[in-house]
Design a protein around this ligand. Structure first.
Ligand code: ATP
Length: 311
């Protein structure tokens, strides 16, 4: 038998983080979820997930952003692997190794990214060849952001964010991501948003024409002017230093800035690669943030890197 005929012993998948270019939040539904109109944008800050055939389920977390990542069944990656096994009738277990470079509880959907990557990795490891639609269906049961991280790029999300639609988007954008110490809990930020809104009527969320025009044009100035996040006041209310971070970034030459998702990461848009470098240096020197990363977008969704290794 040639090695090509043997099942792979191990598969590694790379998956990007996301920022929300637009995040419009409606009033909570009866089931407690808030209806969303969002524009997701995958950026080149990556986790890597390696799954290996094993006698029992297991997980190892390493990499620069591994602090605070749950190690057991609470980890979304492990949950994704088990769920796929159950759905596909696979009896085998895997050991999952996460290399975390996406900030934890940062509003960049790192946990969802790992879940998406694990679905793709296990699908390849087990030779399931599931369709994109089947994987998206499973992804949506794991979390609202998970389907987007399978596809990556730039896309509109509605419902709870899990219903994806393509958008026409041109160009490559240069981002500077300002990371703050400590995360923000997503449910706490939504609760604060509701509290701040009080009894005021809330319009149904509808994607803005300004954002669609900006994406079609590929013009970073137009995109900067269209950045919008309804959760931003709530994130700033819970972490007031974020207001200073936003101010600092704009002072240092960002075209625009927005809290990503439920925060606390702030995504600044720069005009060019050089402008992003300058902005990153100034923000780092200011001491206003814990860490600064640069990334371009859009990035590809979860994809196998290096191909499966034959066992
Ligand atoms: P979102 O924007 O989707 O709300 P986030 O980027 O704010 O997410 P995550 O990094 O996805 O936050 O983590 C949120 C919580 O999920 C963490 O505090 C952690 O307890 C839990 N979690 C479960 N699995 C993972 C994982 N693989 N990586 C990181 N966190 C995970």
């Amino acid at each position: 038998m040639t090695s090509a005929a043997l099942p792979p012993a191990s598969v590694t998948v790379r998956v990007p983080a996301k920022v929300n270019l637009e995040l419009l939040v409606g009033a909570p539904r009866e089931d407690g979820y808030h209806p969303l109109a969002t524009v997701y944008h995958a950026v080149g800050l990556f986790d890597e997930v390696t799954v290996t055939a094993a006698a029992q389920w297991g997980l190892t977390v390493n990499g620069p952003q591994s602090l605070g990542v749950p190690s057991g069944d609470g980890n979304l990656a492990l949950r994704a692997a088990r769920q796929l096994a159950e759905a596909a009738g696979v009896q085998d277990a895997v050991h999952v190794v996460l290399r975390k470079d996406i900030p934890v509880a940062g509003g960049m959907a790192g946990g969802s990214a790992d879940a998406a990557a694990t679905l793709v990795a296990c699908d390849a490891l087990w030779g399931l060849a599931m369709t994109r639609q089947e994987l998206e269906g499973l992804a949506a049961t794991l979390g609202s952001d998970v389907p987007f991280l399978l596809s990556g790029g730039t896309a509109m999300g509605s419902g709870r964010g899990e219903v994806l639609a393509p958008v026409l988007a041109r160009g490559k954008f240069h981002w500077v991501l300002a990371l703050s110490e400590g995360g923000l809990s997503t449910p706490a930020v939504y609760a604060e948003c509701d509290r701040l809104r009080g009894a005021a009527p809330v319009a149904d969320p509808v994607p803005s024409p300004e954002m669609m025009t900006a994406l079609r044009s590929g013009d970073p100035h137009a995109l900067a002017a269209a950045l919008q996040n309804d959760l931003q006041p709530a994130a700033i209310s819970l972490m007031p230093a974020l207001g200073d971070v936003l101010e600092a970034g704009m002072e240092f030459g960002a075209l625009g800035g927005v809290v990503s998702g439920s925060g606390p990461t702030v995504a600044f848009l720069a005009e060019s690669h050089e402008a992003a470098l300058d902005l990153a240096v100034s923000l780092t020197a200011s001491g206003a943030v814990q860490d600064v990363r640069r990334a371009t977008g859009p990035a590809h969704g979860a994809h196998v890197v290096g191909g499966p290794r034959a066992g």
